[in-house]
Design a protein around this ligand. Structure first.
Ligand SMILES: [Zn+2]
Length: 325
């Protein structure tokens, strides 16, 4: 139902009204970051077009709604890259299928994901299709990179821009999916993106990184040089990819920020809410000035690594500076 697309309420209402007023465009381009809800909205639009209740919404129970939900409706086609590209052969097959079925049903919908991955030949063939749309056809193109779509195709589409979801919405969605609140918040705080945050929540190394961050800050305060050992054993020897190290540093900044927020009495804004006892304990030992300096130190390290500084030296230097406060 359109109500299920509450995270992009304005777009849902706009499309709902368009169906009710019989003013659907021949072609839409849904443009927005991964996780902004483009795919769910495209499926919802298809359901609303075909729902047997015919009131511009979807009932979720009729045969059409159910077949579309399971990706199994004869008049709703999905086009996705084969390998890395969408090829001209796929567009030709789509055209053939649609002209063949033209007599049988009133509507046809195709949903093309990653439309920016079309080869030039495929895009030119699609353009012809868009210029002479068969009656009742609705095209829904999805992209994270609208700037990579041919301007001639863009001009044939109604472009619908999907804003990225706010942090609270991503966290709420992950929690609905059964992710533990502390993990959901941490993954969101370092990705700002539903799809990426979901991937992080499913990755074991990410959960281990959260534990390692807490251990590291504890070692820095209490066990001196042991902090260097754990950096060596858990990060350097483990041969982590640079972008994983970068995420580790992001988690470290988020953790130090949590300690600072606790110190300032802003507990409702804390990310690692499943670690309140540890946060309370660490905060006392770090102190405000040291936390602020520490966050700066980690951010400088991130910056160095983004300029290809030596990984081992940069991390060791960071730990020593954090120890000095
Ligand atoms: Zn229905």
């Amino acid at each position: 139902m359109w109500q299920d697309c509450y995270e992009q309420k304005q777009i849902a209402e706009f499309l709902h009204r368009s169906i009710q007023n019989d003013r659907l465009a021949h072609a839409y381009l849904f443009a927005g970051a991964a996780g902004s809800g483009k795919r769910d909205m495209a499926v919802q639009l298809a359901k609303a077009v075909f729902c047997q209740r015919g009131d511009g919404n979807s009932c979720e129970t009729c045969e059409n709604c159910r077949r579309i939900a399971s990706g199994n409706h004869p008049d709703v086609h999905r086009v996705a890259p084969e390998g890395t590209r969408i090829k001209i052969k796929q567009i030709e097959e789509l055209q053939k299928e649609f002209s063949y079925r033209a007599m049988e049903s009133q509507h046809k919908v195709y949903i093309m994901v990653e439309a920016d991955k079309m080869t030039t030949e495929a895009a030119n063939r699609l353009l012809k299709f868009l210029e002479e749309p068969p009656k009742g056809v609705v095209a829904i193109l999805l992209t994270e990179q609208a700037s990579n779509i041919l301007p001639t195709i863009l001009s044939r589409c109604q472009v619908v821009a999907f804003p990225s979801l706010p942090e609270e919405s991503i966290v709420a969605r992950l929690e609905e999916e059964g992710v533990r609140p502390g993990l959901a918040r941490a993954a969101t705080a370092v990705s700002f993106n539903l799809v990426k945050a979901r991937e992080l929540c499913e990755a074991e190394w990410f959960a281990q990184f959260r534990i390692l961050v807490i251990q590291l800050t504890e070692d820095i305060m209490e066990r001196g040089s042991y902090a260097l050992v754990s950096i060596h054993d858990k990060l350097l020897k483990a041969d982590k990819a640079v972008d994983e190290i970068d995420l580790f540093l992001d988690l470290l900044v988020v953790w130090l920020r949590d300690l600072l927020l606790y110190l300032l009495g802003r507990e409702s804004r804390i990310t690692n809410i499943d670690q309140m006892e540890t946060i309370a304990r660490h905060t006392v030992r770090w102190g405000q000035r040291r936390l602020v300096n520490g966050m700066g130190t980690v951010l400088i390290t991130k910056n160095r690594l983004s300029h290809y500084a030596n990984l081992q030296l940069s991390l060791e230097d960071m730990v020593l500076r954090l120890q000095e406060g």
